[in-house]
Design a protein around this ligand. Structure first.
Ligand code: HEC
Length: 130
């Protein structure tokens, strides 16, 4: 009888592990959530979605960049001399680590060479939100 209980427990645990969604790394998050708009090479879509390649937003102020992901962006902006006035939804469903990882990914790819963003930096900005 005891043996049967153990077998059932093991089966339950195995199923739970198999169903846990794999946490995506920076590139994985990018591919799943950002690539459709900003494109595989970060060049965006002219007049529609701004480029991440050589963008001041990506390589400049970290807090401003983190807020784009946590809060979205809906204002007239200029990227590489082109203006955009469209809407990007907040991606605040991502974990602090995923936000840090995806931003670190875009800051070190697409010809960008900026330093990493840390999970703690995302965490402190998210907390400040009312
Ligand atoms: C549905 C399309 C869409 C998705 C998905 C999307 N973005 Fe955006 N993104 C935009 C648009 C449109 C803007 C410009 C918003 C504006 O004009 O105010 C923008 C702006 C930005 C900017 C600031 C401007 C620039 O080009 O540097 C960054 C950085 C950025 N997005 C990163 C990301 C990241 C990282 C993801 C994935 C987590 C993502 N975006 C997902 C459409 C999208």
């Amino acid at each position: 009888m005891k043996k049967g209980v153990v077998v059932i427990l093991v089966l339950c645990i195995q199923t739970a592990i198999a169903q846990t969604p794999k946490l995506l790394d920076g590139k994985g998050v990018y591919t799943q959530y950002c690539l459709p708009c900003h494109q595989e090479d970060g060049t965006g879509v002219p007049n529609l979605n701004p480029p991440l390649r050589k963008s001041d937003w990506v390589n400049g102020d970290k807090n401003r960049l983190i807020k784009v992901i946590l809060e979205g962006l809906e204002e007239e902006i200029e990227v590489n001399g082109e203006s955009y006035n469209r809407v990007m939804a907040a991606h605040n469903f991502l974990t602090d680590k995923q936000v840090a990882d995806v931003l670190t990914y875009i800051r070190s790819n697409f010809e960008n060479t900026s330093d990493a963003i840390k999970e703690e930096e995302v965490k402190s900005l998210r907390k400040k939100k009312p």
